[in-house]
Design a protein around this ligand. Structure first.
Ligand SMILES: C[S@@+](CC[C@H](N)C(=O)[O-])C[C@H]1O[C@@H](n2cnc3c(N)ncnc32)[C@H](O)[C@@H]1O
Length: 338
């Protein structure tokens, strides 16, 4: 089975509609939980599921038992899949009604036992961070205490990059920053973590629809130079910053002579307009990286995601399409040039 998680149970029915439209009608919803199971034969390779927070691909199910017996069964399942002497990413979490949490209760005990058993085989799981060049083990403790175990080999990780998450259970919690001019700053922080790439001080960032300046603030904190466009000015400190060039211009008409390092947009507009941005910035390769939020009005227009998924496969960028934890009724499309 594949286990697809979403942000919280408010999004389960929307996730189900997306899975039904794109993959299979054979979706099993775990009532009251943000989880949908799909038959293992459903081909999710190189797929996009905008409302998936993370996914356990082709997971084995270990029935309820003592934690020691479950840990032993998990190890038996993994023995032929992970090479001794390797390093892997490892997330162990329990499913709650809201989201998966790492290392609470049973998950913590199973994590300890499995990590020890892996160490004996000289298989190591870095405690922090997520390395996209390594294999990925996910262990999910289900509400009935059975356990789903998924391992994606390092060679296959790129094919599932948009479905999985560098955060255990797909849950990230960007801390507050009282100096940021808006809470929207969290979106750009989370997007960089999901992409596994950070804005650097030598970068030029174009921030479309930048007011009051949360995203510009994040880029400036990384030391980058920012070209910020909006009809309204940014917060005073950013307007006075010599490395912020503010332009009172229409973001959809803005063009660059030379490609830039990043273009980011949090503009409130119809989703079709973000396709225009992708056509200019990504199809014409005017940037190395992009981050665009796609905002929905009500629950219509999710069907338009199909267009984004199609274009994601066509452009010369490594594209991730995801509802970030900080996204409300919106998803984020992110890309890094190959
Ligand atoms: C949600 S806010 C952006 C928040 C910002 N990312 C932050 O972190 O503070 C959207 C902004 O897009 C701007 N906007 C909408 N349409 C625009 C357009 N055609 N050109 C430039 N800015 C536009 C709005 O004026 C608004 O300030």
């Amino acid at each position: 089975m594949h286990y697809i998680l979403c942000k919280d149970d408010n999004w389960t029915s929307i996730l189900k509609k997306e899975l039904t439209a794109d993959f299979t009608k054979d979706c099993y919803v775990l009532k009251g939980f943000p989880l949908i199971k799909l038959p293992a034969e459903t081909n999710l390779k190189d797929g996009y599921i905008a409302f998936s927070s993370t996914a356990l691909i082709d997971a084995a199910l270990v029935p309820d038992n003592s934690v020691s017996k479950q840990a032993a069964e998990i190890m038996a399942d993994l023995s032929s899949k992970i090479e001794p002497g390797s390093k892997i990413n490892c997330h162990v979490f329990g499913l709650t009604e809201k989201y998966g949490i790492l290392e609470t209760g049973r998950a913590e005990i199973i994590s300890g036992k499995v990590t020890q058993a892996l160490k004996k085989k000289n298989i190591h799981c870095p405690r922090k961070g997520f390395d996209r060049t390594l294999g990925f083990l996910q262990i999910l403790i289900l509400p009935n205490r059975s356990v789903a175990v998924s391992f994606i080999k390092k060679e296959d990780l790129a094919s599932y990059q948009s479905l999985i998450s560098p955060f255990a259970g797909g849950f990230s919690n960007v801390g507050d920053d009282l100096k940021a001019p808006s809470r929207a700053f969290k979106k750009l922080i989370e997007a960089q973590e999901v992409m596994g790439i950070k804005i650097s001080e030598t970068d030029i960032v174009v921030d479309l629809g930048a007011c009051p300046g949360g995203w510009t603030y994040v880029a400036r904190k990384s030391g980058a130079k920012v070209i910020a466009l909006d009809r309204s000015p940014l917060a005073k400190e950013l307007m006075e910053d010599k490395l912020v060039i503010f332009k009172k211009e229409d973001a959809f008409k803005f063009e660059v002579k030379e490609p830039v390092d990043w273009v980011v947009s949090d503009i409130v507009c119809a989703p079709e307009r973000i396709l225009e941005l992708i056509n200019y910035w990504a199809v014409e390769k005017k940037c190395k990286n992009f981050v665009f939020t796609i905002k929905f009005k009500g629950h219509q227009d999710y069907g338009l995601l199909k267009k984004f998924k199609n274009i994601a496969k066509e452009v010369d960028y490594n594209v991730i399409l995801k509802q970030l934890n900080v996204n409300k009724n919106e998803v984020t499309i992110m890309g890094t040039q190959y």
